[in-house]
Design a protein around this ligand. Sequence first.
Ligand code: ZN
Length: 393
Amino acid sequence: MVDISRGTLGISGASELFQLLRDGTPRTRAELAATTGLARSTIALRVDELISLGLISPVSDAQSTGGRPSSQFALNPASKVVLAADLGVTHGVIAVANLSGRILAKTSGAIDIADGPETVLAWMVETGKTLLAELKLDLGDVISVGIGVPGPVEHSSGRPVNPPIMPGWDHFDVPGFVHEHFSVPVLVDNDVNIMALGEQAFAWPSVDNLIFVKVSTGIGSGVISSGLLQRGAQGIAGDIGHVQIARGNGTPCHCGNRGCLEAMASGPAIAKSLRDLGYETNDNASIIELVRQGNIDAIQAIRQAGRDLGEVLTACVSLMNPSVIIVGGSMAAVGEHIIAGVREIIYTRSMPLATSHLTIASSSAGSQAAILGAALLAIDHALSPESIDRMVS
Ligand SMILES: [Zn+2]
């Protein structure tokens, strides 16, 4: 269970000790000493530091008798909370979560991302404060804030960069704005990255190599490789929507290129292909409704979108050898038809070894993936070795 290799890397500080205890498994000082190779006296000192910060707490011993004080310690998930926000184009979700990622309170509301960052973030801040008050918590209980937005984000600064559907947000200092209200670290990422984090934690906690594909008004993916979310050099790793596909054949895309995956297989693209056949498909919901009615044109269009997706994902499979590919986003509500198209292409075009243990499935976390992921984004930062080091010092 315990990753012994961490002990051999020369654990010295309270932060490294805390990384062992973060998983919630109670451990004794002796177990911590054996794992880390540190002296019992050093362990005792570090444990006391972490207890005084409230980050870990004694856990009652199952086999203890006679009222002896507990000798086991574990993460104290109730010691602090994070504020999480999933900001969509027309809908925002705000939640407060404890340090193990459990959502303590959640609310949502209609927003218009095009109202600009000041308006939307002010709503987020006020809604967050209301949730904290309902939980009888105050600003001092918040250890970090995690926010997902529907556009590309420069990871180093937390600023959206040329977001196509977020007018007024380009290079806006989102962390700076929120930090004025909550004086804690503020993490910002694009929606599909947080969905990948949320889906992995919710349904695939032991899977280290996973691609989460969001198919909705746009198409994008969040890539987890060797257990870590991959953002790439500028934060746009996984942005597969504008890879050209064979069937694309000159179809203009809003990005300025032609034949992009997004121009062929996104919700609006499928809706248009069905309108060309005479259906009144004006939004994603109307496509989903047609599929639910068993309409053969709609099912074929969805299946073709799945094949298009599979074409691009086949290259992704070769590149990173995932063990799980998840299809989520609003169009995933069409069920198995899109997955069938993805499987059809990936299983026939990939190398056998790459697909022998590859699972391709619909999102299990569904609409919860993003808000859970936003909370995990905040928690991972707050409990990182660097953050714990700062708190201890
Ligand atoms: Zn494009």
